[in-house]
Design a protein. Structure first.
Length: 99
């Protein structure tokens, strides 16, 4: 089961807490172009739906980044949650080798 998520490139100089207040969750995509990584943002509502369907390290997630004309298969590698409040505050995706 593959899930599709649309992301945007994270604006330069943006602060993670300010992004979260505006309804965006910071994320990173690793391995899409060798060892290079991209800083992204995902809408918080999209993240909620994703986490209801996806399991870390086992679910294929297709990530679309329209600004970079990149779309490829990834695996949700890490979900970071606030230890006391429980909300999600960061995601990590790893591109598949064939991505």
């Amino acid at each position: 089961m593959a899930i599709t998520v649309e992301c945007k490139q994270r604006p330069d100089g943006s602060k993670p807490n300010a992004l979260r207040r505006s309804g965006l969750i910071p994320a990173n995509l690793y391995g899409h172009n060798g060892s290079e990584s991209i800083s992204l943002v995902v809408d918080a509502k999209v993240v909620e739906r994703l986490l209801k369907q996806a399991r870390v390290n086992s679910t294929s997630v297709i990530v679309n980044i329209p600004e970079l004309n990149w779309s490829g298969g990834t695996v949700l590698r890490e979900v970071q949650r606030h230890p006391a409040k429980g909300f999600t505050y960061h995601l990590s995706f790893f591109a598949n080798a064939k991505g």
